[in-house]
Design a protein around this ligand. Structure first.
Ligand SMILES: Nc1ncnc2c1ncn2[C@@H]1O[C@H](COP(=O)(O)OP(=O)(O)OP(=O)(O)O)[C@@H](O)[C@H]1O
Ligand SMILES: [Mg+2]
Length: 471
């Protein structure tokens, strides 16, 4: 870690000392000021890499200092020190544009970690905030930046602030969206996900906002929109950047007014929903190119969360591989050789955690009880299916003996592979589970399964003809 120039504004002499000592020990250069005015004077004299400010100070509060820094057009990462147990202050600071916050009392290590985080290349110029928590689905990570992101999510979950989760495909955006809901006071209310990429805008509009009977040809019944269904809870606008401009304008209105108009409806319906949106595109670039409305972007990007790609947290690869091995094979999963692990760690994982999960799942199925080999990982979807169907009998018999029954109650989402299942049964189960997990979105399911949509359709036709599938 290179030496940073850090400016501190805090009126408490003891805090000044403690902060200075912690940061100097981490190799940084620290300038202490006792209030916001003095801090601004320093900022006029010299440039800094990070500003750390107490919220409550005489003369000028931390918020006022933050505003003054922004007015000068400075983008220096700003860390707000908040009073113990005041999450509202922290969320407010984040909404005002602080990069992060730290709640009193805090330790030297925590402070240094937050300074590292706000100056990490991925988050520079981004704002983000929080505390850690137990959520439904496990989020496996040991990466400092990811851990801080989880803390931020849990903290902002307690507010109603809109969250925009960005990151490459498969980095865990939806998982984060659910975490925000699960950690929020809305946890017992609905969580409604809408994939904005899955439908053309005309259909998406009535999906989101609903329609009245007879609103358009084919509208035979009234339909309640997802916003209304999410009332009291959280709506996930997944892949929000795929929406066309006219619908973006309508969405903006809903977010501003907090009410929806059903298509063909007369009176707006007021709604109370927390919005979480995701995108895997460079949405800021889309705004510059005029493809995404700037005003909608700012309304969504109140709390920005950017998930790092897996190749930037290689330390997580091993943890995730072990996690998914246990998930698919149970506790008896054989440990992988150092050679396999290091080659998986060295791979670039363009499809991120989803790709890794698929790779492990396939290897688990193919290795059927033996320790998996390197070649079992990183097969394309078609290669995998070719391998599956080429040697059904041997795989089936060894599978039957070796694959553990995994208790589905322990992990809601886990694929349950039962002893005695044939390979084709397993494949069918995998397909059905994936369809269920994607809300019957076949494009998405095919993507997750790593097969073409045509292969998926053929499989479903086959099951239909065997009476195993309706729809
Ligand atoms: N840190 C993690 N620990 C455990 N599982 C994870 C983690 N991150 C992602 N996953 C799993 O990887 C898969 C992909 O995650 P998710 O759907 O949240 O990604 P995404 O960013 O929304 O992808 P896309 O952009 O393609 O929609 C899911 O099955 C999810 O449960
Ligand atoms: Mg997603």
């Amino acid at each position: 870690m290179s030496e940073l120039q850090i400016l501190v504004a805090d009126d408490d002499a003891q805090m000044q000392l403690a902060i200075k000592a912690s940061l100097m020990r981490a190799g940084h250069n620290v300038t202490i000021t006792a209030d916001g005015k003095a801090a601004l004077e320093k900022l006029d004299e010299q440039s800094f890499d990070v500003i750390i400010s107490d919220q409550r100070m005489p003369n000028m509060t931390g918020q006022e200092l933050l505003a003054a820094v922004q007015e000068r057009g400075m983008t220096t990462p700003f860390i707000m020190i908040t009073a113990h147990g005041t999450i509202d202050q922290a969320v407010e600071a984040m909404q005002l544009g602080a990069s992060d916050f730290i709640a009193k009392p805090f330790g030297a290590e925590e402070l240094v970690r937050i300074v590292d985080r706000v100056t990490a290349p991925e988050v520079k110029g981004h704002r983000s905030s929080g505390n850690k928590g137990a959520m439904g689905r496990p989020i496996v990570t040991n990466d400092p930046l990811m851990i801080r992101i989880l803390e931020v999510c849990e903290a902002v979950a307690r507010s109603d602030a809109t969250v925009l989760v960005q990151g490459e495909s498969g980095t865990g955006k939806e998982l984060i969206a659910r975490l925000v809901h699960n950690a929020s006071p809305r946890v017992n209310q609905p969580f409604v996900a809408v994939n904005c990429a899955a439908l053309p805008d005309t259909l998406l509009e009535s999906e989101l906002f609903g329609h009245e009977k007879g609103a358009f040809t084919g509208a035979q019944n009234r339909k309640i929109g997802k916003f209304e269904l999410a009332h009291g809870g959280t709506i996930l606008l997944d892949e929000v950047s795929e929406m066309e401009l006219p619908l973006q304008a309508k969405l903006l209105r809903v977010l501003q007014e907090r009410e929806v108009d059903r298509v063909g409806g007369k009176d707006p319906i007021s709604i109370d929903v927390r919005v979480v949106a995701t995108t895997n595109r460079q949405i800021e670039e889309m705004v510059k190119r005029g493809e995404f409305r700037a005003d909608l972007y700012y309304r969504l990007n109140v709390i920005p969360i950017t998930l790092p790609p897996l190749r930037d947290r290689r330390g997580d690869v091993r943890l995730l591989v072990e996690h998914f091995m246990r998930k698919f094979l149970g506790p008896s999963a054989k440990p992988l050789t150092a050679e396999i692990l290091s080659s998986l760690e060295g791979y670039s994982w363009p499809g991120n955690v989803r790709e890794l999960q698929n790779a492990v799942e396939r290897a688990a199925i193919l290795s059927s009880g033996k320790a998996p080999e390197k070649t079992d990982f990183l097969l394309s979807g078609e290669e995998f299916h070719a391998r599956l169907t080429s040697s059904p009998s041997s795989a089936t018999s060894s599978l039957a003996q070796s694959i553990e029954v995994i208790d589905s109650a322990s992990e809601e989402e886990s694929l349950v592979i039962r002893a005695g299942m044939t390979v084709s049964e397993m494949e069918r189960k995998l397909i059905f589970e994936t369809l269920r997990a994607t809300n019957d979105n076949r494009t998405q399911a095919a993507k997750e399964l790593g097969i073409s949509i045509r292969t998926l359709r053929n499989k479903l036709n086959e099951y239909r003809s065997q009476g195993l599938f309706e729809g």
